[in-house]
Design a protein around this ligand. Structure first.
Ligand SMILES: Cc1ncc(COP(=O)(O)O)c(C=O)c1O
Length: 369
């Protein structure tokens, strides 16, 4: 008798990743989405969707031309993807062989590790220090001839920390045999972009998402930017219809409404400094953020705090199990009214749980694993 169907070993040993998606009613400050909405022009365009938009296989190229024009790149340097998630997946599929090494600095976005491990590659992690800063020197030191994929979120999730251009250049140049992804999912809120280097450094990839500032997480739309010769390889693996027709139909409306994006970003930045100011006043340790969220330390009150905020109709994200983030909670900023709402409920929630600020204990783990 045959042994029956088994998944590949790399998949059987992969840990399950279940973001807490169910029952997300209330003010959703837990997923770094744009909770203000999206450009009204996108909603208008949605009304023009016809049966033909749905019965035709979607055409990705005009969308790539629109994004290329918007970013000032030639269209051969743009690959539209089903969210940045798919861009990471395609990079892992294109460059990693079983046994190759992927390097990431942690804590960071989970999908880098998941897609790399799924290919049978190994993942080496470099732990950020006390300040959860980008561990540039340690990451550089960890590069070996087997390193084939390096992922850096800039700004980083869940810390809001940034890497400088000089640090990122050094990494891209030190690992010419590796695909280096600089994931600029939160670039609208801070940090320096490497967009102007796309096409100049052959192993550099930059990703942008339409899930965050643009408020289109439900569309699943991302852009991977890289040298034309490397993207040619990725196009071999990508489905020709990976981006759906509704998202493609609405894309130019989203890109053209620069005013909506600028107004939303301004409200997020104002909210971020108000939230950081609140943490400072309350002596709650937090990490100054360059993204649309702030990570703070609630120590042993973490669970009670998250539950109390939920009771009050505000969802915040427990990041306790991220490496180096024990006792931490991340809160996303929304528009001005939503920040007012948050700042009204926060002090009441803390009083209700009897919160006392605690100093953050020293990190036990540091260095490469
Ligand atoms: C750093 C980072 N990259 C990518 C993503 C996912 O982007 P997308 O919705 O385009 O797949 C996230 C979502 O949280 C993120 O934090």
């Amino acid at each position: 008798m045959s042994a029956g169907l088994r998944a590949r070993r790399a998949i059987e040993t992969l840990k399950e990743y279940h973001p807490p998606l169910g029952g997300r009613d209330g003010l959703r400050l837990d997923f770094n989405e744009n909770v203000d909405g999206c450009s009204p022009r996108v909603l208008d365009t949605l009304h023009s969707i016809t049966a033909e938009t749905l019965n035709k296989y979607p055409e990705r190229e005009p969308g790539e031309q629109a994004v290329a024009h918007h970013l000032g790149l030639p269209s051969e340097q743009v690959l539209l993807t089903n969210g940045v998630d798919e861009a990471i997946h395609l990079l892992a599929e294109t460059y990693l062989e079983p046994g190759d090494e992927t390097l990431i600095a942690v804590p960071t976005f989970s999908m880098y590790e998941i897609y790399a491990l799924a290919t049978g590659a190994e993942v080496r992690t470099v732990q950020s220090g006390e300040a959860l800063e980008f561990p540039a020197a340690e990451l550089l030191r960890a590069i070996t001839p087997r390193t084939r994929f390096i992922c850096v979120a800039n700004p980083n999730n869940p810390t809001g920390a940034i890497a400088t251009r000089a640090q990122l250049f050094a990494i891209v140049q030190a690992a010419p045999q590796a695909a280096v992804l600089i994931d600029e999912a939160y670039t609208h809120f801070g940090g320096e972009s490497l967009l102007d280097q796309v096409g100049r450094l052959d192993n550099l990839f930059v990703s942008r998402t339409y899930s965050k500032a643009y408020g289109l997480a439900g569309f699943r739309l991302g852009a991977l930017l890289g040298s034309a010769s490397q993207l040619k390889m990725l196009r071999r693996v990508a489905s020709p219809y990976n981006v759906n027709g509704i998202a493609l139909t609405c894309l130019t409306a989203a890109l053209d409404d620069r005013e909506y994006i600028a107004g939303y970003i301004a409200q997020v930045l104002e909210g971020r400094s108000r939230l950081e100011h609140f943490y400072l006043e309350q002596r709650i340790p937090y990490w100054p953020s360059q993204a649309n969220f702030v990570l703070a330390y609630f120590g042993s009150y973490r669970q009670a705090f998250v539950a109390e905020m939920r009771q009050r109709g505000i969802l915040v994200r427990d990041r306790n199990s991220d490496p180096g983030c024990a006792g931490c909670v991340r809160i996303t900023l929304g528009n001005r009214l939503q920040t007012e709402h948050l700042l009204r409920e926060l002090p009441a929630a803390l009083t209700r749980i009897g919160f006392e600020p605690q100093p953050r204990p020293t990190l036990a783990t540091k260095g490469t694993q």
